[in-house]
Design a protein around this ligand. Sequence first.
Ligand SMILES: [Zn+2]
Length: 297
Amino acid sequence: MRKLIIILFSIMLIIVGCSSEANLNSNGSEDNLVYVSFYPLYFLADEIGGDHIDLRMVVPNGVESHEYEPSMQQLKDIEKAQLFIYNGAGFESWADKVVGNIIEEDRTINASESVHLIMEDNNPDPHIWLSPQNMIKIGETIKDRLVLMDAANKDEYERNFNELASRLMELDNKYFEELKDKSKDSIIVSHAAFTYLADRYGFEQIPVAGISPEQEPSSKTIADLIEIVKNDNHEYILLETLASPKTVQVIAEETNLQVLTLNPIEGLTEEDITNGEDYITIMEKNLENLKKALVMK
Ligand SMILES: [Zn+2]
């Protein structure tokens, strides 16, 4: 009996020894531990990597992404990632602290390098994920990297990516199809998040706040906006879910605009999660509201 226990104990030690060695790479990273900065990248990595990756997200759900700062503990945890995926183009103000410092650059993906960036006052607009075409390009970069990291599951990553890409293509076609008869060419939005969406489907966004929702407009901007709304007969103002400047309410009341939601998908709310929403279902809801604002009956 004692002999058996010793044998079992030895086997356990071997298993424990092997597994911890297999999980830790020479650079201190943990196999298949993938960190993403925020939700749209989580969606892509989750759809493509499935159960083969241990996926974590830095900006928690329900929190506004633009102003988020990771905790010391989070920064320490990212150090162990085999792959860290971030948006880039200035979206994560804290990315410089991570890339090349906490984690070597070759263990990271800067998603904005996979797409064509639109410049706004000499700075790239970071809201690249609001074009389904961009999501396909970023998804392909993620898929290629996962294949390099874990060649044994290559077929599955490719199959998952192809499936995701065709769903995103379908979404893109639906946008073109349903907005093709639009009778207006602009929408009033709370912050300038929809440049890539507007560019792709041929309309303009008139933002109340700037690139970040925290940039409150001046009283001159508000007065100008009220003029635009009245002159162009706008009926709707499109607000977002996680952050909206108070001034938007002022403008809406001042001009009798009806309020609709246009979600910049910078994070899911608790309600989104409860309702099983994801990037694609939210983009479909956005399309319904865009149709109200752009296509006259
Ligand atoms: Zn934004």
